[in-house]
Design a protein around this ligand. Structure first.
Ligand code: SF4
Length: 382
């Protein structure tokens, strides 16, 4: 309870998570699986196509990243529907008149969670002083993908189903904890729709620690095995990493570290999420106070809009419209060596400078050294 503006604000304790039978009852209700008819006159809701043929099989998340509010509204104790309930919904989907054979997702907040993180959690509740997965997985964590895998296979076996995709985020650190790689293999073989979304969020150790995420080496290991399996199965499919700029703890230098990492991996993100404070989260406390409430140490926080823009532009350094911001960020960091036309540079110089190079190189003279000069020459020839 908190006094506010002459009144008393009362915050009720959260409702306990629904048990499996209760969740099954909720999902057995006769939903229409479409938008309200009032949207019809506006041409409908295009996003319905994605969710209409998708199934939610769980609630809650024990990943509990520091910036995510999901653990506060669905809880850290994972609950899931029974296989029978999920399969019954899949059958209903196959009977929809415009079903084309594809189930777009069997997921939830985190696709590959089916059970609470450990047995202890059921008796004593979730630990308040530590997380189940980060910085390293808890020794009490139970890891098992068998039921999830079986459920996906059962859906695949239904008449009219051609493919079942998993498009919700896979918690890759949890996946790697599974000693049995049967699910990983099945995922790569059958359930990736060309691109698999995962959420490393950053690569800098300091930022990942503020986010409550595992070390970047865990993502690299997952990535290595994903592509190894993809190759061994003769497929062409990709990973789409979710990334966040300006999370508390992230300096311009950290953003550059991530930009260089993306460059190394030849990955140009379509979307980057800029940190936004979410209600009740540890990251929001860091943003507001400049202190990490988990260890009470000061944290660097970007609040100035322009620096936020610089950090974000660095992560999308290849976009022409970001070039002025990228150059500005690199100059601020005294990394002018990354402005140029050589393969290791993040951004080309300003137009006037490039033209000078061309002019000079066509005369056989250049103030630019090394590969910048050679590239300019080649361009001149072309
Ligand atoms: S004991 Fe470990 S797995 Fe269980 S709730 Fe606590 S941190 Fe999570």
């Amino acid at each position: 309870m908190e006094k506010y503006d002459g009144k008393l604000l009362v915050q009720n304790p959260p409702m306990p998570p629904l048990e499996r039978e209760e969740l099954d009852r909720v999902y057995a209700l006769p939903y229409m699986r479409t938008y309200h008819p009032s949207y019809e006159s506006a041409g409908g809701v295009p996003a319905i196509e994605e969710v209409r043929f998708s199934i939610v099989h769980n609630r809650g998340c024990f990943g509990a990243c520091n910036f995510c509010a999901l653990a506060f509204h669905q809880g850290r104790t994972v609950r899931s529907r029974s296989r029978e309930s999920v399969i019954a919904e899949a059958k209903k989907i196959t009977e929809l008149p415009d079903f084309k054979g594809y189930i777009h997702d069997v997921g939830g907040p985190t696709a590959n969670f089916r059970e609470p993180a450990c047995d202890k959690q059921l008796k004593y509740g979730v630990c308040t002083n530590k997380k189940c997965l980060a910085p390293t997985p808890c020794k009490n964590l139970k890891v098992d993908h068998a039921e999830y895998m079986q459920m996906i296979s059962d859906i695949e076996a239904l008449p009219k189903v051609k493919k079942v995709f998993i498009r919700s985020g896979i918690r890759f650190d949890y996946l790697l904890q599974d000693e049995n790689d049967a699910f990983f293999k099945k995922l790569v073989r059958d359930n990736v729709s060309g691109q698999l979304k995962v959420a490393p969020e950053h690569c800098s150790a300091g930022v990942l620690s503020c986010m409550g995420k595992p070390d970047f080496s865990v993502y690299q290991e997952f990535r290595r095995r994903f592509f190894e399996l993809t190759k061994s199965m003769g497929k062409e499919q990709y990973l789409v990493p979710y990334l966040m700029s300006s999370h508390p703890g992230s300096t311009l230098k950290d953003a550059l570290e991530l930009a260089l990492c993306l460059k190394r991996d030849h990955y140009a993100p379509e979307q980057v999420q800029d940190f936004y404070p979410t209600p009740g989260t540890a990251s929001t406390v860091m943003f507001r106070t400049g202190i990490n409430p988990l260890d009470m140490k000061p944290v660097y926080v970007v609040t100035e809009y322009h620096e936020k823009q610089l950090q974000r532009a660095l992560l999308q350094f290849n976009r022409p419209q970001n070039a002025p911001l990228v150059r500005e960020a690199l100059r601020k960091l005294h990394r002018e060596d990354l402005i140029g036309t050589s393969p290791e540079c993040l951004v080309r110089p300003e137009k006037s400078q490039t033209q000078n190079v061309r002019r000079n190189s066509s005369r056989g003279r250049s103030d630019f050294k090394g590969r910048c000069k050679n590239t300019a020459r080649k361009r001149g020839k072309r």
